[in-house]
Design a protein around this ligand. Structure first.
Ligand code: EPU
Length: 421
């Protein structure tokens, strides 16, 4: 088997225009949602990433007829031929979002047997809130032979999440769409992809109100009709590109994004002295001098997203002064900073906070991507560093970013995917 690495020659300012692909986490919720539908659906603007390939394989395994037109970023899915409600661990271990098959299959068929979800190792990631929601909707839950099993009638209920969980909100929303009666999700997550999923479900005839607020109300319906839907642009890819532009002191126009989803990051970049101009569907990021150190504390939307903490903390290693980054959502999301010490970053990690002393220069070094956003953070570190940085395990990055290296190259970066010797 060939192993690859990304080789980056740093200190080149990024210049020009790029575009944002369809949202990863949105697509990973919208595709399983098609299982709930009683007719074929067309899903557009899908990102060409490894996680979507896994989901495509799972949908085919379940018996759905799927025409994946990768060049058109589109899947035409006929879920009426689904003839199986079991998703083995060999599939589910490949990604986190496989847990949405539980909500979709249980919501449609009243039963599901799904292997434990995989995904990035960024801390303990329990799914007790998902299970609590399914059980309140009427499921009997059983763990057997490493499989998560649900069976039962679906009846509307009131579910109060103990924390605003994105996955839990989406999963229980899927399960409740066709339940008998009304469901209320209290303390729901408000992320843009929760709203996008609700919009897709409503476009099929679901009755969901309040997505984007902390209380979501769902009136169960019997039938969902086929729909054509285009997923929203990726919030985290947009942010990663914004940070890359700032990190290289470049001037980049990012097209096809939703600037209102980026307000928390934009505010922090402005605080650092970066110029950010937001237009209807594009953002320009510019910087021509050093940037200031800041404090960041990750929060649920609309707070600063945990998924941008890693790229942002990479940027802060070269800020003027001392920065503090507190990660409130996941308990192990600083591994990229350990790697960056080899590049000359000065970081002290204590509990959930990273104390970063800005240095004038990073030096290229071989580093290991340990997870998706951490991998992107190391690419940003490589773009900032003097000399050559080699990022090993780029597969993590390709799970969630569509052609990141090509997009950066088109902006002038010297970045190549090469075989390791
Ligand atoms: N939590 C529980 N119990 C639960 C569910 C969550 O204790 O039943 C805890 C988690 O351990 C975590 C917090 O609640 O401490 C928030 O977890 P959440 O459920 O919101 O996260 P997730 O569904 O596992 C999704 C994204 C992540 C993103 C988070 C937060 C997908 C497939 N994953 O994860 O995306 O970081 O929401 O916004 O949508 C990524 O794209 O790199 C990524 C990790």
């Amino acid at each position: 088997m060939n192993a690859y690495r990304l080789s980056i020659k740093g200190e080149i300012p990024l210049h020009g225009e790029t575009y944002v692909s369809g949202g990863k986490n949105t697509s990973l919720a919208v595709l399983p949602a098609v299982i709930l539908c009683d007719e074929p659906c067309v899903i557009e603007n899908l990102p060409d990433i490894d996680d979507i390939n896994v989901l495509y394989t799972i949908l085919c395994h379940l018996g759905a007829k799927v025409d994946y037109q990768r060049d058109k970023k589109r899947m035409i899915i006929d879920p009426t031929s689904v003839n199986c409600t079991t998703v083995p661990f060999s599939f589910t271990q490949q990604m986190r979002a496989s847990y949405y098959l539980m909500g979709a299959l249980f919501g449609r068929y009243g039963e599901a047997s799904v292997g434990y979800p995989g995904g990035c190792a960024i801390g303990s990631r329990p799914i007790d809130q998902h299970i609590k929601g399914f059980c309140l909707l009427g499921a009997e839950f059983l763990e057997e032979g490493g499989m998560l099993k649900l069976k039962g009638e679906r009846r509307g209920s009131i579910i109060n999440f103990d924390m605003a969980t994105v996955g839990g909100t989406i999963n229980v929303m899927l399960a409740a769409c066709k339940a008998k009666g009304n469901t209320v999700l209290a303390n729901a997550a408000r992320e843009p992809h929760v709203v996008d999923l609700a919009n897709f479900l409503n476009s099929m005839g679901a009755k969901i109100r309040g997505a984007g607020t902390s209380t979501i109300r769902i009136r169960g319906v019997q039938k969902l009709s086929g729909a054509a839907y285009s997923v929203i642009p990726d919030q985290i890819e947009t942010g990663t590109l914004m940070i890359a532009a700032a990190a290289t002191r470049g001037d980049v126009l990012i097209r096809g994004c939703i600037p209102t989803h980026m307000e928390a990051l934009t505010a922090k970049l402005l605080e650092m002295g970066v110029f950010v101009d937001s237009f209807d569907d594009c953002i320009r990021v510019r910087l021509n001098k050093g940037h200031r150190a800041i404090r960041i504390s990750t929060q649920e939307y609309p707070g600063f997203p945990t998924d941008l903490q890693q790229p942002m903390s990479a940027l802060l290693t070269k800020a003027n002064g001392n920065s503090e980054v507190t990660e409130n959502i996941f308990d192990n999301r600083f591994k990229h900073l350990d790697e960056m010490r080899r590049m000359g970053a000065k970081v002290h990690i204590s509990g959930r906070t990273a104390y970063i002393e800005g240095v004038p220069e990073l030096r290229g070094a071989p580093v290991n991507a340990c997870d998706l956003r951490g991998g992107a953070a190391l690419v940003i570190a490589g773009l900032m560093a003097k000399g050559i940085t080699q990022v090993y395990n780029p597969d993590y990055i390709h799970r969630g970013y569509e052609r990141l290296e090509e997009k950066l190259s088109s902006l002038g970066a010297d970045i190549r995917l090469e075989k390791t010797e």
